[in-house]
Design a protein around this ligand. Sequence first.
Ligand code: FAD
Length: 332
Amino acid sequence: MDAPNPDTLHAENQHCDILIIGAGPAGLHAAFYAAWRGLSVRVLEARGEPGGQLSALYPDKRVYDVPGLPAARAADVVAHLLEQLDGLAVEIRVNSVARTLEQAETGWQIGTDQDTFTAGAVILAAGLGALLPRAARISGADRHPDLRTDLPEPSELSGRSVLIVGGVPQAARAALELLEAGAKVTLTHSRTGFRGDPVSLARLENARATGHLEILAPARLLTLTPQGAELEVNGETRHIQADTVLLLGGYLPDLSPIQSWPLDWRGEYVPDGPGGRTALDGVYVVGDLAGSGGDFKLISVAFAQAAVAANHATHFVKPELRVRPGHSSEKQ
Ligand SMILES: Cc1cc2nc3c(=O)[nH]c(=O)nc-3n(C[C@H](O)[C@H](O)[C@H](O)COP(=O)(O)OP(=O)(O)OC[C@H]3O[C@@H](n4cnc5c(N)ncnc54)[C@H](O)[C@@H]3O)c2cc1C
């Protein structure tokens, strides 16, 4: 087994051995395996953070069928997957939606809205599609100067007044992170309760009780204004001043950025042959997107497919490396 090379850091848009589309469990485990074999890996992720469905859709739910991690919070499963990448030559680029795929002299060229990358092989781990924020249909949306629909980098909003709208776990998390970063936060939701892990919800309540956080729930968002928003609270209209409005309404999967790629699509699946091969030479598919998994949309299935495809892709890019990885336990 080749030793991973932690020094192979990617200069701006440098060619990499393997490019993975999607940082869900399939993409992260494929990244681990290819980098473990000594290859350089870049992962493109549409969302602002890795973790796929686990971090976007159910971070606080417990997952009981991940091998070796009994009754783990989904967010903790992601944390473990990321920890396993420590010291390996893996770069994860968030907020990067892969939109184009073309053959290149060195393998494949992949385009996002911002950049173009080349790689020896590509692993598609796009799951149900790019998990993008639900479109915000709200009165006055074009009047506010800083309306956002995804988790911000908290330090960016330090010292600003922020109105967070939503009851999803990301709303509770954003409120706590922004308070910690020194923002003045108001949190509102159309229902009384917020979703999140018990510890976060207790911290939220404590911040409210000690006057550090204003919570207005249930409340109805009437309209955004250039200065903030108007809310209906207990039958009265209140104006909330906000430099930034954060609308967190959850995420919806969108396959359209890659659905025109010539992969012989079967509905929302990409057919896969032995080793995760697709109709395109040097392009592999794993996880929920892979046809062979079918109804088995499971993390454990994604892991197995990722291990197999990453090792086939490794051999494809570096034929001198065998497909078979050997045992990690043999490493000293
Ligand atoms: C509520 C819920 C509960 C679940 N519970 C369990 C459970 O208990 N046990 C279990 O085994 N499974 C469970 N699952 C299923 C499990 O989450 C999926 O099988 C798993 O996430 C699939 O992993 P993946 O990496 O293939 O795809 P995903 O997790 O969907 O990750 C794909 C990633 O690719 C990104 N992406 C897609 N397109 C692009 C693009 N063009 N450019 C850049 N990035 C892109 C997406 O944004 C996403 O982050 C659950 C699913 C849900 C919704």
